[in-house]
Design a binder for this molecule. Structure first.
Ligand code: ZN
Length: 64
């Protein structure tokens, strides 16, 4: 199953309002501006800043 392209068109990063794009593995939606990747769970994009991960070296502990 894939995300509805019409849905993708209206999705944007909740932080910086930049339209997000599907990642290569189709498991997330990436904001090209702040580099956050929002997860897709059960074909539903989770557009929450708290759920997003930032594309860079993973930290051992998630500590904000
Ligand atoms: Zn963003």
């Amino acid at each position: 199953m894939a995300i509805d392209p019409k849905l993708l068109e209206i999705l944007a990063c909740p932080l910086c309002k930049t339209p997000v794009r599907l990642t290569a593995d189709k498991k997330g939606l990436k904001c090209g501006h702040c580099r956050r990747i929002y997860p897709i769970k059960n074909d539903i994009p989770i557009m929450l800043i708290d759920e997003a991960r930032i594309e860079k070296k993973p930290k051992r502990k998630a500590h904000a």
